[in-house]
Design a protein around this ligand. Structure first.
Ligand code: SF4
Length: 299
């Protein structure tokens, strides 16, 4: 019987960087405030809380002492958050992932040029709120093909971006269908040109590059235990990929959710997770399975 941790699983570098920012600040400040959970993983949030990291929202700003440190996590924030922090005399520790910052800059540029901005993503996701924020709220958020096809006004040139953790093939389908649809809209010019449309695949390489290796890992194991926070969008995408390859894939957030019947008669158990799953959690799960869930053979 083997229990193996997927080598490719664990924090992406953007998240490692944000956690490093928090830990470094906590060496010199007893309290640092994170704007939203620093990571979509309850166990890691609990560990950092114990070091002095407290989760707050923008609505808490007026209650905080002047000079308090506010950490902006890897997902980024809209410009309004920075101005609110300034208004209340708070110090920003900006751990926005550089990949997200780049997407914000590209969206801002197109918006300033007068483009209609479409973002493939989830409207309530922190990263999307930040991306929409750089367009003063003008961007339209579309979560699937159905919503994309409901966009009917192409009087402005249009550009499609993506939240960094969405599925690459879904993005490609949406981009192709929108392109097709937009061909029907002819801009009223002397040349009767088709409306202008660009698709910018801004899905992070850390997420898309992971898919192939994850599929291979899931195929080689009898059972997969997928560990991630229930709020992790990247976690849901990667879990579904695992499940496609291996129907015996189970999602857990913490080790106490493991169930004995998952492991009956299996020879190999793979442990993997999202880009927000810490390595120590996967090691804990491995130890827990080895100690309490494997059948001991009786002779
Ligand atoms: S998944 Fe990519 S974009 Fe998102 S935080 Fe990680 S490195 Fe940055």
């Amino acid at each position: 019987m083997k229990v193996i941790i997927d080598k490719g699983a664990g924090f992406c570098w953007g998240v490692v960087r944000a956690v490093d920012f928090a830990q470094n600040e906590l060496k010199t400040s007893p309290k640092v405030y994170s704007l939203g959970d620093i990571i979509h993983n309850t166990a890691e949030v609990k560990r950092l809380n114990a070091l002095g990291l407290e989760t707050v929202t923008v609505a808490d700003f007026p209650k905080l002492e002047k000079g308090s440190k506010i950490l902006i996590r890897a997902h980024g924030e809209p410009p309004s958050t920075y101005s609110e922090a300034l208004k209340y005399g708070l110090e920003i520790i900006d751990a926005t992932c550089p990949v997200v910052t780049k997407v914000q800059e590209r969206i801002r540029k197109f918006h300033l040029k007068g483009f209609q901005i479409l973002i493939f993503g989830k409207k309530d996701h922190a990263e999307v709120i930040g991306l929409k924020g750089v367009t003063n709220g003008d961007a339209k958020i579309i979560k699937n093909l159905e919503e994309a096809l409901q966009v009917t006004d192409f009087s402005k040139p249009t550009v499609l971006f993506s939240q960094t953790t969405m599925d690459k093939s879904d993005f490609a389908v949406i981009a192709a269908k929108l392109r097709e649809k937009i061909q029907e809209f002819v801009v009223d010019t002397m040349e009767n040109q088709a409306a202008e449309f660009h698709a910018k695949d801004t899905i992070c390489g850390q997420v898309s590059g992971r898919e192939k290796k994850l599929r291979e890992f899931a195929q080689t194991m009898d059972v997969i235990v997928f560990a991630a926070g229930k709020k992790s969008s990247n976690g849901k995408v990667l879990f579904n990929i695992c499940k496609e390859e291996n129907p015996r894939t189970y999602f857990i957030e913490e080790k106490n959710e493991l169930q004995k019947e998952w492991f009956e008669g299996v020879q190999s158990i793979g442990i993997t997770g999202a880009t927000s799953t810490p390595h120590w959690l996967m090691s804990d799960i491995k130890n827990e399975i080895e100690l309490n869930y494997l059948q001991t053979e009786v002779f």
